[in-house]
Design a binder for this molecule. Structure first.
Ligand code: KG4
Ligand code: ZN
Length: 336
């Protein structure tokens, strides 16, 4: 049999992305038009501007993906697209384009959940990752512990009650005067700091709770900086960054291990933009090792938003003929 080529499109936030993934594992093209430079001067993503840039970028990004893969439209077996969650105007550009293309080519359309895409970035790199697994999905908009029984059955074990982990990184980075998006910048600054310098609070919530809360930690950092300014005390920004990062990582790692052991998972999968963070990767891997659990994480460039992860998730949907009707709509708050 020949390969199954999926053309995947992702436009849920500020990246217009297209990829060609063959048989769910081979990334033949992974093109991303980033709008970071456009939104940076606003300190965050401006939805209306994002939509407009998606409209400009979608056609060239898809053409470039096909050219990179050395394929023509006629080689495409299915068109996959992120249809939620995300910014509705941004999602709509990808969804409308994917629907038209699937219709014109007479090929099936596959609607993919954005967070499932993040999770499948792990299966792209490790298709034989042992299941059941517990996945920690940490992005700019979400923080979830997800139990993955097999490729069709999953359950959310815990979620954030307020800010997402990436959102906390971005907000703390902003008060430290770092540019958007703050996560990677804060990680860089933290390298020169002492993670034990400031004892920021860890929100454990109720005993055994698998939920998260990061707004208290964010406020603690803001109060710390505010207090220092009032009493005229000099602040070591690198220490603040390192101590904040340590607090986030400790809570994420502890609760992920609790979830994995309570649910008898055979592996742990880290996913989402914050999964690019080296401290989180290192701490989770070492905690997993101590518990005898293998920890997997996608290569860094597949952690943040991209279309290859959407193409991989779509492949498993393709295998079970989980196709979307051409009436597929963007759903900004799509549940997992
Ligand atoms: O998954 P993603 O690309 O987009 C969403 O679906 O939200 O995640 C983006 C988030 C941002 O909050 C960004 O600051 C964070 O991931 N992030 C990081 C790192 N790289 C990206 N946070 C901490 N350390 C990093 N190295
Ligand atoms: Zn994302």
């Amino acid at each position: 049999a020949t390969e199954t080529n999926i053309l995947a499109i992702e436009s849920s936030c500020d990246e217009t992305a297209a990829a060609i993934v063959s048989d769910g594992t081979r990334v033949r093209a992974n093109i991303i038009a980033s709008q970071i430079a456009v939104h940076r001067r606003f300190g965050g993503v401006v939805p209306e501007i994002a939509s407009r840039h998606h409209m400009e970028n979608i056609v060239p990004v898809v053409s470039e993906a096909l050219a990179t893969a050395g394929l023509a439209f006629s080689d495409v077996d299915a068109v996959a697209v992120t249809y939620g969650p995300g910014l509705v105007g941004a999602l709509l550009v990808g969804v409308a384009y994917a629907k038209s293309l699937a219709y014109a080519l007479g090929k099936p359309l596959i609607g993919v959940h954005h967070l499932l895409g993040h999770i499948y970035a792990g299966f792209l790199a490790y298709p034989d990752l042992p299941l059941p697994a517990v996945s920690l999905v940490v992005s700019g908009g979400h923080t979830n512990l997800v139990y993955l029984e097999d490729h069709t059955t999953r359950r959310i074990l815990g979620s954030t009650r307020d800010d997402a982990a990436g959102e906390a990184f971005d907000k703390v980075a902003r008060v430290l005067g770092l540019p958007y998006p703050g996560g990677p910048e804060l990680e860089k600054l933290a390298r020169e700091g002492d993670p034990r310098a400031i004892p920021f609070p860890r929100a454990w919530l109720e005993e055994k709770s698998l939920d998260f809360s990061f707004s208290g930690l964010k406020s603690a950092v803001i109060n710390y900086l505010h207090h220092a300014r009032q009493v005229g005390q000099e602040v070591n920004r690198a220490d603040v960054a390192a101590s904040f990062q340590a607090a986030v990582a400790e809570v994420l790692v502890t609760k992920t291990l609790l979830a994995a052991t309570s649910y008898r998972a055979r592996s742990i999968l880290l996913a989402g933009g914050v999964a690019a963070n080296s401290v989180l990767r290192r701490e989770l891997r070492s905690a997993g090792e101590q518990a005898g659990l293998p920890v997997f994480f996608p290569p860094r460039e597949l952690c943040t938003d991209n279309a290859a992860m959407i193409g991989c998730a779509a492949y498993y949907q393709y295998l079970r003929r989980d196709f979307a009707p051409l009436s597929l709509n963007a759903i900004p708050d799509l549940p997992l």
